[in-house]
Structure formats: C-alpha cells, structure tokens
Ligand binder design. Structure first.
Ligand code: C2E
Ligand code: CA
Ligand code: CA
Ligand code: CA
Length: 275
C-alpha cells in the first residue's frame, strides 16, 4: 500500500483477483474521499408547471476525483451502499444542501436523496434535526426523497421515523415512482407529500400510449390522495406541455436545466420569485 501523503488515509492495493481488487481500491478511494471531503453537491431545479417558478432544488452529489474528474453518483453511490460509507456521504450531502439552501430565497426548498441503507444505519430523525439546527434552515424548506425499497423492510420503524420528520415540518417525497414492485401499497401506508414519476414514463410521452395512460393515472391518483406530483426527466416542450395539460404539478429535467454547482444558481433562484 502507498501512503496518500496527507496523513488521513492511504490507498490500499491488495493482491486479489481483478474484480475484488477493483472493489477494494474503490472502497479505499471512497474512504479517502470522505476524509478529504472530495464530494460536491449540484442542484437541479424543480419547476412549477403552471407558473414556471422554481420551487425546489434537488441536491445531486458528485465526486471530485483527484484524477478522474467529476464522477457521477451512479458510479459510486451503489457501491457506497454496500458499506457504511453511504451514511457518511449522505450526511455530508444533507449538511451541505441545508447550508446552501439557507442562503436561498425563503420560498425555495431543497430536496435531498436519502438511501434506504443510510436511513436504517443512522438515527435519521436525530441527524436531520441536528443538521437543521446547525445550518439554521427552517424544517419546512427541506424535502427528503426516498424510494419505496425503504418501506419494504422494517416498515414500522421506518414509518415512525417518517412521521416524526413530518411532524418536525420536513416533507417526504416518493422518488422513482412506478419503477418498483408494489407502489400502491406504499401510497396507502404513508401520506407522502409528493410523488416523483420516474423519467422512463416522461420520456415515452409522444411515443408510447401506455406510458400516457400510466402518467395520467399517477397524476389523477396524486391529486385524489392530496399529494403533489413531479415528473422527472422532462427533456422537451412536448413533454412539458403534455404534463402541464393533464395537471401535473411540477417538472424536472434538462428542458429546464441540468444540475449546476451552488455558485451558478443565481438565474434559477431569481425564477423562484415567480414569473
Ligand atoms: P434521481 O434521484 O432519480 O435523480 C435524478 C437523476 O436524473 C439525476 O442524475 C439527474 O441529473 C438526472 N436527470 C435530471 N433530468 C434529466 C433529464 O431530463 N434527462 C435525463 N436523462 N436525466 C435527467 P444523477 O445526478 O446522475 O443522479 C443519479 C442518481 O444517483 C439519483 O437519481 C439518485 O438516485 C442518486 N443520487 C444522487 N445524489 C445522491 C445523494 O446525495 N444521495 C443518494 N443516496 N443518492 C443520490
Ligand atoms: Ca431523487
Ligand atoms: Ca428519481
Ligand atoms: Ca432514479
């Protein structure tokens, strides 16, 4: 193994087969990255389809790798989810996102993804309460995005934590809706504030009648249940207009903006004041 030279960590190079070796290297690199705070948080606007106003920014983590550049979360989050690293990365993102949002206009919220494993490993309620207090962000300006896989195990303890977060004023969104196994059951067991329709459905608008039927139904369902509905992955005006026409509350996607670093949000935050 070689010393990284900063005294905090070193990259471990064990003699194993190639795949195991790659995993071990990624694991030790990620540990170093946590210690060196090599993660950055980008923000993507979620737009009210009626007014065009930016109401929420979703926090999306990236790894500023010393040699590989900016690494997208799909390349390290699933791996981090196999160990305690996900909690350390997740807590960093939560704190950074709350600190950044505290400086935005008061009517713009921040949405933070929380991995099911992070949720179970740590005391989520205590962590969120402590971070809100430390950053001074009002609880009503934080949204937690979870996926239904969180509700598949230890559902009772999870529901109690979600209730407690809601009682504090934090809102809870159900992410990637439509991609799991038994979504409707979870809608019955917990009053989500928001449902996010997975981008697979949005991207089939204009091409696939079955996806239209599914989107129409989710929007109607959300409205009946008193939950806001956001469509993810809006990439063009056709999709945006279709969603606005059927009464979908919010859209998110490259049509509006990619994720951007915290210091490049001024123009988007001005849109938070409404148009
Ligand atoms: P997600 O929560 O579904 O986030 C939306 C992803 O879709 C983001 O990818 C975003 O950049 C991408 N996206 C947004 N608009 C469009 C569009 O119009 N077209 C297409 N094709 N893609 C669009 P990103 O940033 O690579 O994140 C991927 C996933 O990584 C996220 O999916 C989320 O599951 C996870 N992730 C990101 N940040 C965090 C985090 O801080 N903690 C945890 N636990 N997971 C995170
Ligand atoms: Ca999300
Ligand atoms: Ca999503
Ligand atoms: Ca996703």
């Amino acid at each position: 193994s070689k010393n990284a030279g900063r005294g905090v960590c070193s990259v471990f190079e064990p003699a194993l087969d190639q795949a195991a070796r790659d995993r071990a290297i990624l694991d030790s690199e990620l540990r170093c990255a946590v210690a060196r705070r090599e993660f950055v948080v980008h923000y993507q606007p979620i737009v009210d389809l009626r007014s065009g106003a930016v109401r929420t920014m979703e926090a999306l983590v990236r790894w500023r790798h010393p040699t590989r550049g900016l690494v997208p979360p799909g390349e390290f989050i699933p791996f981090a989810e196999q160990s305690l690293l996900i909690s350390q990365i997740g807590e960093f993102v939560l704190e950074q996102a709350c600190a950044d949002a505290a400086a935005w206009p008061r009517d713009v919220k921040v949405a933070v993804n929380v991995s099911p494993l992070q949720f179970r490993q740590s005391n989520m309620f205590a962590t969120v309460a402590r971070i809100l207090e430390r950053t001074g962000l009002a609880p009503g300006r934080l949204e937690i995005e979870i996926t239904e896989s969180l509700l598949m195990e230890r559902a009772e303890a999870t529901l109690a934590t979600l209730q407690a977060l809601r009682a504090l004023g934090v809102s809870i969104s159900l992410d990637d809706f439509g991609t799991g196994f038994s979504s409707l059951t979870y809608l019955r067991s917990f009053p989500f504030d928001k449902i996010k329709i997975d981008r697979a459905f949005t991207q089939a608008i204009g091409a696939d009648p079955a996806s239209h039927a599914i989107i129409d139904t989710i929007v109607a369902l959300g409205s009946r249940l008193g939950m806001r509905v956001t469509a993810e992955g809006v990439e063009n005006a056709t999709q945006m207009r279709y969603l606005a026409d059927i009464g979908c509350n919010e859209g998110q996607g490259y049509y509006f903006s990619h994720g951007r670093p915290a210091d490049e949000l001024d123009e988007l935050l001005d849109a938070g004041k409404g148009r």
